[in-house]
Write a protein that binds this ligand. Structure first.
Ligand code: ATP
Length: 496
């Protein structure tokens, strides 16, 4: 498209130049008009699109099986159950079951939805064609609908060419083309594209020579048009969630199976350390660790490489920005405050303390979780608030004043306090968020945080020796692992 725009720009410049020279431009403009009409017509007719194909049935075929997907056991189970209908054509005909036309995979980015769709194609021995919702959105009315028709045709043609009897069409980000109709004011294009998808899906029948299955992926199921979700279209919805600890371990095993791991590596520890990571994050951890090993000319990937890779994937690349020694001292005090409260409220929760600028942070404490948690008690939220505000309180206690570095921490603390209030766990009891007066909400949040502030001061005062030791070690080494930090803390407790 950029070349077209450059071309148009150059043509206009030439025309202006010719006009200045006094040359009659009418024949030129007439010819240009003809060319533009031909070009536009061509785009409309063909949709100017060829969708990404993975299963061309030739040597370039990259097959993915369900065994290549870690975790997601529930999603795999549900998907396989639905796919049996595609495989057993005669069985479904005998019982008069209508064919399954669509499956919707719903979950956060990078959790393996595309992999599941590819595996579904392989499981059912189907041709596979992938497209993204955004590829259908065009300025010109009708082009999107044309592309939908073309996609279905292309899938059937591909299956025929490869002597297959079924095809899987995967549409990623389906919410872009399948959002609720009538919401894009003045933009009929979206509605027409979605209508065409519905028409094509309705047209799928068990008597078709090539059976088509549409697999859509989204993480915004709430904005999809109800017509897409009604039975007979995407009538199977499969949740594809972030992996749990066991799933993370499996994904790490898959992505390190072609990599030499040193004896000190425990993938279980890495899985434990990576709560909230998606499959894509974990793949990146394995890859970054291998890059680090390569840079150091190490023959194997060590536990340290994996730890650094986790830090990098969470926080981003190390920055060249070097804070002044005074600032560095403040950062060390701030981070030690967070770390001390984290370890005090949840023993074993500190994975590392860092004063190396990475991404948007000048320093950070990485926490880990012993078990995946899905429900939070008021005590747990209180401990999270304590950890969040401890950095600023440590600065105030040991350096005499707070700094601007804590604004994110305070936002986090107030958000957590809101969770307490709206979860019916504050002194206000059960409340409806819309009906709580702003001032009352503010006072309750301040009350919660003030009370926790007192507890944080007491903990910091009681652990001054370990605090100072940690700050000094951080200034010297820039990084302390969770295990080293616990040794410093234990020494302090034994001395007390
Ligand atoms: P998006 O919604 O952003 O398109 P997605 O859910 O479709 O993401 P995929 O494209 O399937 O995610 O995954 C991206 C990459 O992450 C994969 O190529 C793979 O390397 C890795 N990955 C993600 N989930 C898994 C998993 N469950 N098992 C193994 N690898 C995974």
């Amino acid at each position: 498209m950029r070349y077209i725009e450059i071309g148009i720009g150059m043509a206009v410049a030439i025309l202006i130049f010719l006009a200045i020279q006094g040359i009659d431009l009418l024949p030129v403009l007439f010819f240009a008009g003809l060319m533009a009409a031909f070009f536009y017509g061509n785009i409309k007719r063909t949709g100017n699109k060829s969708f990404a194909t993975v299963s061309k049935g030739a040597a370039d075929e990259k097959l993915v099986s369900f065994d290549d997907i870690g975790g997601q056991d529930m999603a795999k189970g549900e998907l396989c159950e639905a796919l049996e209908f595609i495989k057993d054509v005669e069985g479904i005909k005998t019982l008069g079951i209508r064919p399954l036309k669509g499956i919707l995979l719903n979950g956060p980015p990078g959790t393996g939805k595309t992999l599941l769709a590819k595996a579904a194609a392989q499981f059912t021995r189907s041709a596979f064609l992938a497209a993204s919702g955004s590829e259908f959105v065009e300025m010109y009315v009708g082009v999107g609908a044309q592309r939908v028709r073309q996609l279905f045709k292309q899938a059937r043609d591909m299956a025929k060419r490869n002597h297959k009897t079924s095809a899987v069409i995967f549409i990623d980000e389906i919410e872009v083309l399948g959002g609720k109709r009538g919401q894009n004011a003045g933009h009929m294009e979206y509605d027409q594209t979605l209508n065409e998808l519905l028409v094509q899906m309705d047209g799928i029948s068990e008597n078709d020579a090539i059976r088509v299955l549409v697999i859509g992926a989204t993480n915004r199921i709430d904005i999809l048009d109800p017509a897409l979700l009604r039975p007979g279209r995407f009538d199977r919805q499969v949740k594809v969630d972030l992996p749990d600890k066991k799933g993370r371990m499996k994904i790490l095993q898959l992505h390190t199976r072609n990599k030499p791991l040193a004896n000190d590596v425990s993938l279980a520890d890495v899985a434990n350390d990576t709560f909230g990571f998606s499959g894509a994050h974990l793949e990146s951890v394995a890859n970054e660790a291998a890059i680090l090993a390569f840079r150091e000319s190490s023959g194997t990937i060590t536990a340290q490489h994996l730890r650094s890779a986790v830090e990098k994937v969470i926080m981003g690349e190390k920055l060249d920005r070097i804070p002044s020694s005074q600032e560095k001292n403040r950062i060390a005090v701030h981070e030690t405050g967070h770390a001390l409260l984290s370890e005090y409220t949840l023993p074993g929760s500190v994975a590392s303390v860092n004063v190396v600028p990475r991404g948007n942070a000048l320093g950070y404490v990485r926490q880990t979780q012993q078990d995946d948690m899905y429900l939070y008690t008021v005590d747990y939220i209180n401990s999270k608030i304590a950890v969040a505000i401890a950095g600023a309180i440590a600065e105030e206690m040991f350096l005499g004043a707070r700094s601007t570095g804590a604004s994110n921490d305070f936002k986090q603390a107030t958000d957590l306090a809101k969770q307490i209030v709206f979860g019916g766990m504050s002194e206000l009891g059960i409340v409806s968020p819309e009906d709580v007066p702003k001032e009352l909400l503010h006072n309750t949040i301040t009350g919660i945080i003030k009370q926790i502030e007192c507890q944080v001061r007491t903990v910091l005062t009681n652990h001054q020796t370990a605090f100072t030791l940690t700050v000094d070690t951080l200034l010297a080494k820039e990084f302390i692992s969770g295990a080293e930090f616990r040794v410093l803390l234990n020494g302090d407790e034994q001395a007390a």
